[in-house]
Design a protein around this ligand. Structure first.
Ligand code: PMP
Length: 312
């Protein structure tokens, strides 16, 4: 039945979970406005993932799958989240018949709360300022005490694992299909799951010729999804970064606007930050093949990007 129904080439799927697994690879697109003689720029569009419309569908699915495989059989999931992980998890819990209790930091983005509620998750607003180790450890302990499942994207190796097996592998295959070899990859850092996986696979494939560049919010700026490296994301210590760029909220928002106006793509704030970092990098480095990872799209951030546009 499933095989009959699945027609990947024509994009016919037997159920919504297949939209994720059989929807890969996400597109890799050349940015024409930035490509010229001696320089080529490619963007990996992670908002083509179906649930949170972000890079986070991949690790949430893998962490959940692994937890269910171990037969823990817990019907409720507790997770500390303020964004894409919560949305992906709420969606996947619905598909898999689980319940989600999402623990959010103080004053969470209103859109996230609305999306979680629409998806049927129970939302618990806490007094934590942001998602710190103290916060996620508290949620992990509570889950343990109350017999709930806790995935913890910050510590769970199933997070980078799936990026290595899918996202990073797709990048290599897609670039090789068009006869390209990457010189620079620019990516944001949150848990460090995807930048680490890309670093690992591309280094294995291309050796030291590929330079991985990280992007973090500048001091005092908040850019949803990415964090400063002082927060010591678990896998970053295994990455040799070629450069690390600080990008302010305003720069990220204006990056979003620039991508929209030049390429017609409505990308999210961390993508805008990646784009700004790429601009700084390419001014310094000049030519080469650049790959930018765009983690999500604009729709959760429309108001804040629009407000930034009007301040300038
Ligand atoms: N951008 C956005 C919008 C995200 O949701 C995330 C995930 N927190 C990231 C970037 C960073 O990804 P990672 O956790 O793999 O470092």
């Amino acid at each position: 039945m499933t095989d009959e129904l699945l027609n990947k080439a024509l994009r016919v799927y037997p159920d919504t979970l297949s939209l994720l697994k059989d929807g890969w690879p996400t597109p890799l697109v050349r940015l024409r406005s930035e490509s010229r003689e001696g320089r080529e720029v490619w963007a990996k569009l992670e908002f083509y993932n179906p649930f949170s419309r972000s890079v986070k569908d991949r690790p949430v699915w893998n962490m959940l799958r692994k937890a269910l495989e171990t037969g823990l059989g817990k019907p409720v999931v507790y997770e500390a989240t303020s964004g894409n992980v919560g949305i992906a998890l709420a969606a996947l819990c619905n598909i898999l018949g689980l319940k989600l209790r999402a623990f959010l930091p103080r004053s969470p983005p209103p859109v996230t709360v609305k999306l979680l509620e629409i998806l049927g998750a129970e939302v618990v607003e806490t007094q934590y300022e942001s998602i710190t180790p103290e916060f996620w450890r508290w949620v992990a302990e509570l889950a343990e005490k109350e017999g709930a499942l806790n995935l913890n994207q910050f510590e769970n190796d199933a997070n980078p694992e799936i990026h290595y097996e899918t996202l990073a592998r797709e990048l290599v295959e897609q670039l090789e299909a068009v006869g390209r070899r990457p010189d620079y990859v620019v990516a944001g850092i949150g848990t460090s799951g995807h930048i680490y996986a890309i670093y690992k696979r591309l280094r294995e494939r291309y050796g030291g010729s590929v330079k991985v560049v990280g992007v973090q919010p500048s001091p005092g700026s908040r850019i949803p999804g990415i964090k400063r490296v002082e927060t010591e994301p678990k896998w970053l210590k295994s990455v040799e970064l070629y450069a690390l760029y600080d990008v302010s909220f305003e720069e990220a928002a204006l990056g979003v606007v620039e991508v929209a106006r030049r390429e017609g793509l409505l990308v999210g704030l961390s993508s805008g930050a990646v784009y700004r970092a790429y601009k700084k990098l390419s001014e310094r480095e000049g030519g080469g093949t650049y790959v930018l990872v765009f983690p999500d799209d604009i729709f959760k951030y429309v108001d804040s990007v629009h407000a930034a546009l009007h301040r300038h």
